[in-house]
Design a protein around this ligand. Structure first.
Ligand code: SF4
Ligand code: SF4
Length: 228
């Protein structure tokens, strides 16, 4: 089977389906009748829940992407694979130091990195994953936190890592260490938090909490973002 008019053929768990060309993987699967209750979140490329692997016709390589953002191609093959058992140590941030000793203690796998750059190539957010792992190896927490800031924890980097490093959890540790010990303090933030504690914005927050989803969504997309 191949392309007919505006339809393309995709293979899901070995079965061929005709789906509209231009569909994302999620919308193509729903078109065929799958009800996706897990592994789907925001559908807009932000939450990282729908990390997916696939092959394309005639291409040896296994590719990865977010199913809500990746458009199907004719002959695409989709299959389900088990998720990565992510190394996730339990720690008390108050007892840690923001340096390489903490990385050695909690994420010793980081030091197995062979600098192959596969993780960076796999990342749908175009994050320099290998670079933040290298920063962690040097104990440069500030750099690691900065480089990994846009991580959405989709897990595609860990899925491909030959050293079995769970990059995104190591990144969370770096961001927490940065936030607690290294980030410059902001008097403006302290002031705003105090205002929230004193109920200055309680009226607005209660109003938002009472809105129906459609109205909330409308306000979100119509909001003004002041980047200054
Ligand atoms: S995929 Fe793993 S081994 Fe390769 S650069 Fe990334 S962290 Fe290092
Ligand atoms: S760093 Fe890893 S977990 Fe984070 S967005 Fe990139 S691929 Fe996904």
């Amino acid at each position: 089977m191949s392309k007919t008019n505006d339809m393309v053929t995709v293979y899901i768990m070995g079965e061929a389906y005709q789906v509209p060309a231009g569909s994302t993987i999620i919308s193509a699967m729903e078109y065929t009748g799958f009800q996706l209750k897990k592994g789907v979140g925001c559908r807009e490329g932000f939450c990282g829940a729908c990390a997916t692997v696939y092959r394309e016709r005639g291409d040896y390589r296994i590719k990865g992407g977010l199913a809500c953002q990746t458009v199907v191609t004719d002959g695409m093959v989709l299959t389900q694979i088990p998720f990565v058992p992510a190394e996730k140590p339990i720690y008390d941030l108050k007892t840690l130091t923001p340096d390489v000793n903490t990385i050695k203690l909690l994420f010793p796998t980081v030091f197995r990195c062979v600098a192959c750059n596969t993780c960076t190539k796999a990342c749908p957010q175009e994050i320099k994953v290998m670079d933040y792992i290298q920063a962690l190896k040097r104990g440069d927490i500030v750099r690691a936190a900065d480089l990994s800031f846009d991580c959405i924890r989709c897990g595609l980097c860990a899925l491909r890592c030959p050293a079995e490093i769970v990059q995104y959890n190591a990144a969370i540790l770096a961001q927490r260490l940065y936030g607690r010990y290294l980030a410059p303090r902001s008097p403006e933030l302290d002031e705003r938090l105090e205002e929230i504690r004193q109920g200055k914005f309680a009226g607005e927050l209660n109003e938002l909490a009472s809105l129906q989803r459609e109205e909330l969504s409308k306000r979100y997309y119509e909001r003004t973002i002041n980047l200054k």
